[in-house]
Design a protein around this ligand. Structure first.
Ligand code: 4AD
Ligand code: MG
Length: 501
């Protein structure tokens, strides 16, 4: 009887004969011996195939199996530290399930655009494989934090009758002849739910018609939003701090090696301990206008220019190889590397063009305007742990935020900026519980009161101070994994102009 197993449990099968089912990751053959690296979804295993009487029937086909062909392979397992995954399978039999021809994603480097168009296949590559395992763990950590701390999960609707976060980023949908919108947030609905269960959360996809094509914006992203009755701004900030720390800890604990494999420097993640920094918006504005911000960007400019010069040189050299008279595989490899180097250079050139503008924005930052992406990056990079920025001017923030009773110009809110230049991963606040203040703000924002009557009822019937926050999941995952762009943090990224596959 053959034992079917998976690569992640090979440790239980040393010395025994097992059958693995999977796909060809890579093959290498020399004379009478072939190495087939098999992946089965749980890991990689090196399968060693020797040509002898037993294997003669399939040796020639198996040694040339193209990348991503599906197969079942039977053989004995031995522990081998040198082999990928730590175990090796000595092949006794191979059964081909399907032969894959011309798999587009080869081991040579590919540009991101190409990979994104092949997202449905790119999934199988190592890097996305690691990222999605970490994503699954982070989601589990998020749910656990709330489930184990007395929060009740309340799922909120995706079809929403009105804006939750300003009318500029609404996707309108035809709902049997009436306009509705894809939810930008579940917050207003969890506010209602926390008056029933006290501590609640929702976690689901949210939608923003973001017309900006930046590395931090998706049009469809996941957000987790706790909401707590009788909570003050400080209570909510404390919860956010414990929450973020617990997610980081869990990911570090379960995926340390994978993070390293992704090229993530884990030191900054290990430094994520309490307390996070806290500063007011007014203090943040001073920081932006000050010398530290300026020095940081000047230093960036010098560094990036040096890197471009280095890439220029590399590209010239690689180009010469690609167009030269060498072996075909060498030319192909160089040509592939040129594409990747050009991609990096063009990204850097764009950053270099932007830095003077960012310096100007920071130096002239005027009290009353919102922090822009580049401002957040500066503040975040000037700190080695996450930073809470609190008390923004009220009119740059959403209508539901609570007026600060001691300073009417600002609101009781916060953004959490993740370190290493990531910027905002959480937005949260105390909510305005006073009906008249809320109505006044809605009037100021020209909001149609009739669409929000149900929400206003929460202020009519047993209104209490309450608050919560929303954590953008892909931004958080991008930070954890060290991804430059959110598109890698989600299975099928949706951005302006991009919705395939
Ligand atoms: O700051 P935002 O807009 O806050 C809210 O939606 C509140 N209703 C949350 C609450 O208090 N319950 O969004 C929250 C987070 C941001 O901090 C950011 O991480 C993420 O959602 N986010 C985006 N992520 C990817 N792409 C976008 N276009 C995003 N817009 C916001
Ligand atoms: Mg925000």
């Amino acid at each position: 009887m053959e034992t079917k197993t998976t690569i992640d449990s090979l440790c239980d099968h040393v010395g025994r004969t097992v059958t693995l089912s999977g796909w060809v990751y890579n093959t290498r053959a020399s004379g009478k011996i072939a190495f087939i690296i098999v992946r089965d979804g749980t890991g990689l295993c090196q399968c060693v195939l020797e040509k002898n009487d037993e294997t003669a029937a399939f040796f020639d086909e198996a040694r040339k199996l193209p990348q991503e062909s599906s197969l079942e392979v039977t053989g004995t397992i031995s522990a081998d530290e040198r082999a990928v995954g730590g175990y090796e399978l000595k092949v006794a039999n191979v059964r081909v399930v399907q032969i894959s021809r011309d798999y587009p994603i080869t081991p040579k480097p590919h540009g991101v655009d190409f990979l994104m168009k092949n997202r449905h296949l790119w999934f199988r590559s190592k890097r996305p494989w690691h990222i999605f395992r970490i994503r699954a763990t982070a989601i589990d950590a998020i749910r656990r934090f709330f489930n184990e701390n007395g929060y009740i999960l309340v799922d909120t609707p995706i079809f929403a009758p009105a804006a939750g976060e300003g009318s500029q980023t609404l996707f309108q949908v035809d709902y049997f002849g009436e306009p509705v919108y894809l939810a930008q947030t579940g917050q207003l609905y969890v506010e209602a739910a926390c008056m029933s269960h006290r501590k609640v959360y929702c976690f689901g996809p949210t939608f923003r018609a973001e017309k900006s094509k930046t590395r931090r914006h998706l049009t469809e992203f996941w957000m987790v939003e706790p909401e707590i009755a009788y909570a003050s701004l400080d209570d909510v900030i404390d919860i956010a701090e414990d929450f973020v720390r617990s997610v980081v800890e869990r990911v570090l604990c379960d995926h340390r090696d994978e993070l390293i494999e992704l090229g993530r420097n884990i030191e900054p993640l290990e430094a994520v301990s309490k307390p996070f920094y806290r500063m007011t918006y007014t203090e943040a504005a001073e920081l932006l206008r000050g010398p530290n911000a300026r020095e940081l960007l000047e230093h960036d400019l010098t560094e990036k220019k040096a890197r471009v010069a280095k890439l220029d040189k590399q590209i010239t050299e690689l180009d010469a190889v690609a167009k030269g008279g060498g072996k075909q595989w060498e030319k192909d490899k160089a040509a592939a590397e040129v594409i990747v180097a050009r991609e990096e250079r063009s990204e850097l050139e764009e950053q270099i063009r932007n830095i003077p503008h960012h310096m100007e924005l920071a130096a002239n930052f005027a009290w009353g305007s919102d922090l822009g992406g580049s401002d957040e990056t500066i503040i975040s990079r000037l700190h080695d742990r996450p930073v809470f920025v609190t008390h923004y001017p009220k009119y740059v923030k959403a209508f539901y935020m609570r007026d600060d009773r001691s300073d009417d110009r600002v609101t009781e809110c916060f953004d959490l900026l993740a370190p290493e230049g990531i910027g905002e991963i959480i937005g949260g606040s105390a909510r305005e519980e006073d009906l008249d203040r809320l109505l006044a703000r809605m009037k100021h924002d020209n909001m149609p009161q009739e669409d929000y009557e149900w929400y206003l009822d929460l202020r009519r019937y047993g209104s209490v101070p309450h608050g919560g926050f929303g954590l953008g999941f892909e931004r958080t995952l991008a930070w954890l994994c060290g991804l430059k762009h959110l598109r890698e943090a989600v299975a099928y990224p949706r951005m302006m102009g991009k919705f395939y596959p």
